[in-house]
Design a protein around this ligand. Structure first.
Ligand SMILES: [Zn+2]
Ligand SMILES: [Zn+2]
Length: 246
């Protein structure tokens, strides 16, 4: 991520509806007012990358989208704002629960909301509609319909984005390595017929990626995002997707 700060903020915190903290990459939680201040800086900074993660009621990622860059300006109100155009916030991730997108009208910070928040809602709604269509197809297929699969070994950026948001951390049971820092592993190896699809890929840190390849270890993806490890002693452990703060 270019820029200094990697900020994550729940929509309810961003809009002042919740006192839940935001999160600074590599640092940890930050108070809601600080998260809103940094979001304000991002609003005025055309260089900031906006990533939106739509979650279910449990906080698990359903879909990820990014706002297309703008040639100039980001739609904020005019006027000097600390951090404007400085690249202070390299990336901002906004997490939005699906029920917020289902409510009409979705809650906004008030009249005169920065245009970028409206754009975020529009893009999030589009991504959610597409994710729901995919979920329908998966259901009809009785598993994964492989709609977003690639025939190549390489993980397409869109799948990598989704897996990073879905897994959040290495898929080993107790490992907290962030997914963005992980290898994307084919659960069933590609050369053994494993697909490049959400049902057969996941984040593994280098250490657990290597452990997976050792004799006696076995990893199985029961359904997309739910992994079952079998150790050489035959014990099994199941990991479920991590959750985003709501
Ligand atoms: Zn699949
Ligand atoms: Zn790990």
């Amino acid at each position: 991520v270019p820029g200094l700060l990697d900020v994550t903020v729940p929509w309810q915190t961003l809009t002042g509806l919740s006192p839940e903290p935001g999160h600074l990459g590599r640092i940890g939680p930050i108070p809601a007012p600080d998260a809103r201040h940094l979001a304000g800086c991002a609003t005025h900074d055309p260089a900031t990358i906006w990533r939106i993660i739509i979650t279910n009621h449990a906080g698990q990622a359903l879909a990820v989208t990014r706002l297309p860059r703008r040639a100039s300006g980001a739609g904020g109100p005019p006027g000097p704002v600390p951090g404007t155009g400085t690249g202070l916030v390299g990336r901002i991730t906004v997490t939005i629960p699906e029920d917020i997108l289902d409510s009409t009208p979705p809650p906004l910070p008030g009249p005169g909301s920065p245009g970028i928040l409206l754009r975020a809602l529009t893009h999030a709604a589009k991504a959610l509609a597409s994710a729901r269509a995919t979920a329908q197809a998966d259901k009809a297929a009785g598993g994964c319909a492989h709609l977003d699969a690639s025939s190549a070994y390489q993980i397409p950026p869109r799948l990598r984005d989704y897996l990073t948001a879905r897994d959040l951390t290495c898929r080993y049971t107790t490992c907290r390595q962030p997914a963005w820092h992980c290898d994307i592993d084919h659960t069933t190896p590609y050369d053994q017929g494993g697909r490049t699809c959400k049902c057969n890929t996941g984040g593994l840190c280098r250490h657990h990626h290597q452990i997976k390849q050792l004799p006696g270890w076995h990893l199985h993806q029961i359904t997309p995002g739910i992994f079952q490890w079998t150790t050489p002693s035959g014990r099994t452990y199941t990991t479920t997707p991590d959750t985003h703060p709501l």
